[in-house]
Write a protein that binds this ligand. Structure first.
Ligand SMILES: Nc1ncnc2c1ncn2[C@@H]1O[C@H](COP(=O)(O)OP(=O)(O)OP(=O)(O)O)[C@@H](O)[C@H]1O
Length: 321
């Protein structure tokens, strides 16, 4: 597969009261394959929006080079703009107009013919489940509806590459799910998607490849599964009421003990998990809780960047029944 977006050695600093800030981007390299989704994952302030702004021609890099469909984002900016769309964190629609009016206006701004605009607006309103709300002013929409309208606006011209900057930040879980479905549909239609997110789960669900950005560079890159593998294997984890119970099972298992917790590495097969559970039972110890825990992207984040995410605790990817 050919790369449709490339970045090589991107650097960017911002002037701050006469002096220059430490680099926000410090040699960032990445590639998005045509027809795929790449998630740029990083905490607040990691430089995700700056990267998107450079790739979508809104900002010039200080150094390095980026291309979209072979066009240089600085030299051939106008060619790049013809084939991309950008949906940012701020909803860009006019709240005083209806959903249909917003899309129609944007279609005209994009120089589409009246007839094409009419057809495309109806198609998008239906696809994004906004047909019933099409005649309502946007200030009566929910956050999720606004975000869907924003995405629909980005698709009026059938872009080859869609940049989505934290598209689900601030949405409730249901709206987030709905938006993921929309993004999957867009990709099925052949659009390549460059996504930034703070949500590890979002990257895991949507992207074929994930680039973890830290310190202005890509700290790790790969499929979600590859990144998880870098962190280690799955484990059966037990929590006991007291350390004595944990110590009692320890000799019968090859695992690690940490106070009341015992962790045994597993390949996740039913046979192995059953054998581990039998050994615990045979030792006469009754755990308060147990689970099979696969490495999550939260673990990847912690291992590869040394940072813990602040907004929610890490949670198990799989909980055994
Ligand atoms: N125009 C600007 N002038 C000065 N500093 C800027 C400018 N744009 C971004 N920055 C700084 O660059 C850093 C990276 O910002 P950026 O918005 O790219 O991060 P981000 O990863 O998208 O973060 P978030 O998840 O919070 O949106 C921040 O410290 C920000 O304050």
């Amino acid at each position: 597969m050919a790369a449709i977006v490339t970045a090589e050695g991107l650097c960017k600093s911002f002037a701050r009261r006469g002096s220059t800030s430490p680099p926000v981007l410090d040699g960032l390299d990445l590639e998005l394959e045509e027809g795929a989704v790449l998630a740029l994952l990083g905490p607040n302030g990691a430089g995700k929006t700056t990267t998107v702004r450079i790739l979508s021609t809104l900002l010039r890099p200080d150094a390095g080079r980026a291309t979209v469909a072979g066009f240089d984002v600085v030299r051939d900016a106008h060619r790049v703009r013809e084939i991309i769309s950008l949906t940012g964190q701020q909803v860009a629609v006019d709240a005083r107009q209806t959903g249909a009016e917003n899309l129609t206006m944007m279609g005209h701004l994009a120089h589409l013919s009246r007839q094409v605009v009419r057809g495309r607006v109806a198609e998008l309103l239906a696809a994004f489940d906004l047909a019933d709300a099409a005649g309502r002013r946007v200030d009566t929409y929910s956050g999720g509806m606004r975000r869907r309208l924003d995405l629909a606006a980005g698709l009026l011209t059938r872009p080859r590459v869609m940049f989505l900057d934290e598209p689900t930040t601030g949405l409730d879980p249901r709206s987030r799910q709905a938006l993921w479905d929309v993004v999957r549909g867009v990709v099925e239609e052949g659009t390549s998607v460059f996504l930034t997110t703070q949500y590890l789960e979002e990257a895991d669900r949507l992207a074929q490849r994930v680039a973890l950005v830290d310190g202005g560079r890509v700290a790790a890159e790969g499929t979600p599964a590859q990144l998880k593998r870098q962190v280690g294997e799955a484990g059966v984890e037990f929590t006991f009421a007291d350390p004595a119970a944990a110590a009692r099972v320890a000799p019968t298992l090859t695992g690690s003990v940490d106070g009341v917790r015992v962790r045994v590495a597993t390949d996740g097969s039913v046979a192995h998990v059953r054998a581990v559970l039998s050994a615990v039972e045979a030792a006469g110890a009754v755990p308060e809780h147990w689970e099979v825990r696969a490495p999550t992207l939260d673990d990847v984040f912690l291992t590869l960047t040394g940072q813990v995410r602040q907004d929610r605790p890490a949670r198990p990817a799989e909980v055994a029944a």
